[in-house]
Design a protein around this ligand. Sequence first.
Ligand code: FAD
Length: 340
Amino acid sequence: MHTIDEARRRLQANEAQRRLDAVSSLQVTRNEPLSQHTRFGFGGPASLFADTRCEDAFLEALRIAGSSGLPWLVIGLGTNLIVSDNGFDGLVLRYSGSRISQQGNRIFVQAGAALQELVDCSILHGLQGLESMTGIPGNTGAAIYGNAGAYGASISDRVALVRYFDGEVVRETDHAGCGFRYRDSVFKRRRLEGQAWLILSAELEFPPGDAGAMREKADSILATRNRKYPPEMKCAGSIFKNLILAELPPQAQTVVPPAIVKGGKAPSAWFLEQAGAKGLEQGGVRVTEYHSNTLYNAGGGTAAEFCALVRELKQRVRAMFGIVLEEEVQYIGFDSSELP
Ligand SMILES: Cc1cc2nc3c(=O)[nH]c(=O)nc-3n(C[C@H](O)[C@H](O)[C@H](O)COP(=O)(O)OP(=O)(O)OC[C@H]3O[C@@H](n4cnc5c(N)ncnc54)[C@H](O)[C@@H]3O)c2cc1C
């Protein structure tokens, strides 16, 4: 960036910090290392970082962000983020409000609550539908944003109502208004279009279930997950989205073994495996030996190495099958020319 732009950005950050510091219940820091807020453990600093458990303070911070002239974004627990080694020259906000309450067949949850807390609450009260999502890290707001899911269940299956900030006012939408698709929602699409809708809280509706059976299922899934993704592993789960079989080029459709197609989706791991992904590495970033769609920071890895490895994987799969893999992870602070 030119020095004049840098100077202007610094002035904007100073002014934004002055206004954020005046908001009670908001913790504001300067040059916050984002490597400490992402599970991959790499990425440079955010010029400004503000965190709060208070919804009013979060809304005030969002209004300040919107009028600051700075680039800004909201993060959750950073389990699905790839932050540039140069960091993010703007304002990063996080909402940590985490209240959960159950009434009858409904659960109310604030966006900053860990998804696992919500899953455990549903199981405890014999409310069915989220138990197979046990062990998915991150918070509930981000899970709704990305329509997180596992083993055939997605959070969208149970979401009845979402409260969100549309940049001007707080609104509510029902399930239909969330526009859920596979690992996608209206909240995600709005952000990609540059008009963020930030989730504040949600209500989920459940059919009744057998709490004991659900706990057993959840514990067994968690044990499997912990083998695949040990809690200390610096990773983001699956890097690439699975592929809708019917949308693949005809020659690619014919080579996929029918037994691995689940719910009309072909695992991207299968294509990656055919392309020799397992064990590939770039510096400190590697593909695991046991799953081609899992990359991790083996120690000292950088975002640049991550991008180089992802670029190579995408090229291999495109060359072999004519398929363009799409990342599930989200990139922060990169120039478009740096992205794989
Ligand atoms: C080991 C491991 C296993 C995983 N397994 C799965 C899995 O099985 N299934 C699955 O779906 N995912 C999985 N993931 C991915 C990840 O856990 C999910 O995407 C999760 O929902 C991200 O939550 P987060 O709080 O870390 O969000 P972040 O990574 O911090 O943010 C993700 C996105 O959410 C947005 N966001 C955050 N809060 C809000 C809000 N309040 N309003 C609007 N947008 C918001 C952010 O802007 C960002 O774009 C896995 C990750 C890991 C590390």
